[in-house]
Each structure stands twice: as structure tokens, then as C-alpha cells.
Design a protein around this ligand. Structure first.
Ligand SMILES: [Fe+2]
Ligand SMILES: [Fe+2]
Length: 153
């Protein structure tokens, strides 16, 4: 992995593509849980998939903290406040995720498993939507941070 700082537009593209991948995994998890009765999928597979997703989300949040936070911190005068807010959001999300994934792993019936997966998917979809609205915007993550009139007068 290179240490070269990513351009804000690259950060934006990567975060958005990670979000689409996470949404895809959520859909697959929901599809898996919906097939529980059919015999093709068992509870253990759903639990392992939820646990794997927890790991992927940790990597995703680490990526955002390493690359997106510095970029949105420099975007304008509200940067430091915005960075604090994103860190606080992630702290809440980590707690919530641990709780929901633990619930899924401890689920003893298909109904509990389904409800756990539904809660997890709903929470993550809302988080992604809010994050894209508040942070992953082309206004905050754009490459030309030097105003063009600096040189033009
Ligand atoms: Fe995030
Ligand atoms: Fe995110």
C-alpha cells in the first residue's frame, strides 16, 4: 500500500464504491436469510457472513478515517468540527455494529436471525445514506482546493 495521499476525488470514488459493495453484501445477506427454510443456506453461513461483514466494515471505517477525514478537514473552516463529528459517528456505529452482530451470532431461531439481519441492514443503509449526504460530496471532496482567482486577480 502506497503512502501517497489520495486526491480528494479518488477518496470520494473509493468510498462510494466501497458503499456500493457493502450494500451488495447486505442484499446477499438478506437473500441468504430469506432462504433459510429452503435448505440451501444454513444459519451458520448467515452468521459467518454477518461476522465477515463486521470485519469489512471495520476496514472501511479505517479507510475513511485515514483518507476521508484529512480531506474533509481541509475543505473549509468547519473542517475540524466535521472531523470530530465523523469520528463520533464511527464510534457509535462500531458499538451498534458489535451489538447487532453479537445478536445475530447468538440468534437461536430463523425469526431472530431474520430480525437481526434486517436491523443490521437498515442501520447500515441509513448510515451510508447520511454519510453520503453529509461528507462524501463533490463539494467537500474536490481536487481544486486553491481558488482559481488566487492567481487570476
Ligand atoms: Fe463511515
Ligand atoms: Fe462509509
Amino acid at each position: 500500500m502506497s503512502d501517497r495521499p489520495l486526491m480528494p476525488s479518488e477518496v470520494r470514488r473509493k468510498v462510494l464504491s466501497q458503499h456500493r459493495e457493502i450494500e451488495q453484501m447486505l442484499s446477499e445477506l438478506e437473500a441468504g436469510v430469506a432462504q433459510l427454510g429452503a435448505g440451501a443456506v444454513d444459519a451458520g453461513q448467515v452468521k459467518r457472513a454477518a461476522y465477515a461483514l463486521r470485519g469489512i466494515l471495520e476496514l472501511h471505517m479505517n479507510f475513511e478515517e485515514a483518507h476521508m477525514v484529512p480531506a474533509i478537514e481541509e475543505a473549509d473552516g468547519f473542517g475540524p468540527e466535521r472531523a470530530r463529528h465523523l469520528h463520533a459517528e464511527h464510534a457509535k456505529q462500531r458499538q451498534e455494529l458489535d451489538r447487532l452482530v453479537d445478536d445475530i451470532r447468538e440468534a437461536r431461531s430463523p425469526a431472530d436471525l431474520t430480525s437481526g439481519v434486517t436491523k443490521l441492514a437498515n442501520m447500515l443503509r441509513i448510515d451510508i445514506e447520511e454519510e453520503e449526504r453529509d461528507y462524501v460530496t463533490d463539494k467537500l471532496l474536490r481536487d481544486n482546493i486553491i481558488p482559481s482567482d488566487t492567481f487570476g486577480g
